[in-house]
Structures are given as C-alpha cells and as structure tokens.
Design a protein around this ligand. Structure first.
Ligand SMILES: [Zn+2]
Length: 222
C-alpha cells in the first residue's frame, strides 16, 4: 500500500478503496477478492454517487447482452429507485439521444447513443479513478505528473482487430463484469476497458500536447 492517495497524492486520512466499485457487482456473485488501493477519505467519499450514475449507464447499455447487467437492473438498481423514487424519475427524464462528446468537446465518430444527459463529467470522474487505481495495481506508480492527462473515449462500434491485436496483455479482472487490456510505455499508456461484456472505453494517459493532437485527429474524422 502507498502512503499516498493514488487519486490525488494526499497523505492525509488514508483509507482503502476498491479500484472497481463494488456497486457494479450483483449481490449473488461468487465471492472474490477485489483489489484495493490507498485513497484519502475526501476522494473516497467523492466517488459513490457518481459510481451509481455510471452503473446505471453501463447497465442500461448492456441488458440485451449480459445476464449480469440484467441481474443488476432487477436487484440493486431497482432497490435504489425504490429507496429514492426521484432517482428513477431523474433517470427517465434524463434519457436522450446524443452525439457522444467528451468534456473537452471531442466527438467520437459515428456514435449516437441513448444516454443520461449531461453526465459525462460524472462518468469520467469514475473512469479517472479506475485508471489511476489500475495503473498503481499494474505498474506500481501514481499518475501525479501535472504534464499528464487522462482522456476517455466511449466506443460504440466494434473495436478494430488490429487495435485489439496490439494489446499484449488482457486481464479478465471480474468475470463478466470488467476486463481490460493495456499498452504501457514509460508512464504513457492506452487502456481498453470492457464492462458487462458490452460497454467499451478507451482511455489514454499521455502528455497534454499529445492528447490535444489525438483529439484533433478524432475531430477531423467526425
Ligand atoms: Zn485523495
């Protein structure tokens, strides 16, 4: 365990945090040991609401494909809605079809999805957390260089096979719920995460300037 929070590098009020939120796992799922990292209590407390929104997004996109996602819908999510009817109302009211756009205005080509409106910031907050936690877990270092940025792309289409073949390491992290692949070189990395065998995010950790270039390329293709 680090003596620093893997998310913000603070050394104060450290607790243990599950890298991949427990809330993504159905209750009757076989018991597994989830990896944990050091997190300050401020970061730790900041995630749970956003993780619930992120879970709703993942599950609504995956129910056709994944029995585990359906289990989630009929257990944990149903209970959240029962406990808090406004949560359910909010989910319904916020559905709309949008062109996928990141917080910096990056459009992903040919991706139109039904999604909870305006919640990309919250999803990216959770994805930042996952990438920082996984980075520490895999490579034993913190992403705390101010020149680095993390950018997430939501991939609606099937991933290109060349791209998949380039990834030398795939990890079936939580069976049927989360697996990932990573290409890493000297602190720069490209991650692919798949949730409920359906939802794919590519996350790039790189110098700010390079991230900008990648964004420009995507904009041209959009
Ligand atoms: Zn922190």
């Amino acid at each position: 365990m680090t003596k620093q929070c893997v998310y913000c590098s603070s050394g104060e009020g450290l607790t243990k945090d599950h890298i991949i939120s427990k809330c993504l796992i159905p209750e009757d799922f076989p018991k597994i040991n989830l990896n944990t990292v050091s997190s300050c209590s401020v970061c730790n407390n900041s995630f749970s609401k956003d993780e619930e929104y992120f879970r709703s997004f993942l599950v609504q996109a995956s129910t056709e494909n994944s029995t585990l996602a359906r289990d989630m819908l009929y257990s944990k999510i149903r209970r959240s809605i029962k406990r808090n009817p406004y949560f359910g109302k909010m989910l319904l009211e916020n559905m709309e079809e949008v062109l996928v756009e990141t917080s910096s205005g990056l459009l992903i080509p040919r991706t139109k999805v039904t999604i909870l409106k305006e919640h990309w910031d919250r999803h990216f907050h959770v994805l930042d957390k996952f990438i920082k936690g996984l980075t520490y877990n895999e490579f034993n270092y913190l992403i705390d260089d101010p020149n680095l940025e993390i950018r997430h792309l939501y991939i609606k289409n099937k991933l290109n096979d060349d791209f998949i073949n380039n990834v030398s390491k795939w990890v079936n992290h939580i069976n049927g719920i989360h697996y990932y692949g990573v290409i890493e070189h000297q602190g720069k990395a490209l991650w692919i995460q798949v949730f409920y065998d359906t939802v794919v995010f590519v996350s790039i950790v790189h110098d700010k300037l390079v991230i900008k270039e990648i964004e420009e390329k995507f904009k041209e293709r959009a």
